[in-house]
Design a protein around this ligand. Structure first.
Ligand code: I3S
Length: 130
């Protein structure tokens, strides 16, 4: 990043809607399950929340929007654009946690996914220096 920008973990925060799927858990491949997720970056932790449309009754509930599904400690994680063979979708990021979980993160609007790529890259870099 540019030297004028003071990066520290407390101002590396972001939230928004993304499409995500986990593709492996503890180093073991799992079946994809693409779903929309309210996604929050705070304090070096990325939290994917449950799709509000995916609750047991099939009805959308506002309260379900804030139920965490996965939390990813970005310390020691890697982020990058996913290889073509990882998904047929466009604008796909691949996030790997040190604990051995892998996620694909996707959004059709390139500027939105690029902003996430930048903030996740900056966060991981910042955590590496701590
Ligand atoms: O990498 P894959 O297995 O081709 O991923 C696709 C499948 O997960 C598919 O569901 P089924 O498990 O019912 O086949 C999903 O609907 C697709 O979205 C997955 O591929 P993309 O290319 O969208 O990541």
């Amino acid at each position: 990043g540019s030297p004028e920008v003071q990066h520290n973990i407390s101002n590396l925060e972001k939230a928004g809607i993304l499409n995500k799927t986990r593709i492996s858990e503890n180093g073991k491949k799992v079946r994809k399950n693409w779903a929309q997720s309210w996604t929050v970056l705070h304090g070096g932790i990325l939290t994917f929340h449950k799709d509000p449309r995916s609750n047991a009754t099939g009805t959308s509930s506002r309260s379900n929007q804030i139920v965490p599904e996965f939390t990813v400690d970005l310390k020691g994680a890697t982020i990058g654009w996913a290889a073509k063979e990882k998904s047929s979708k466009k604008n796909v990021l691949e996030l790997k946690s040190r604990a051995g979980s892998e996620f694909l993160i996707q959004y059709d609007t390139e500027s939105i996914i690029s902003d996430w790529h930048k903030v996740l890259t900056d966060t991981i870099r910042q955590l590496d220096m701590e």
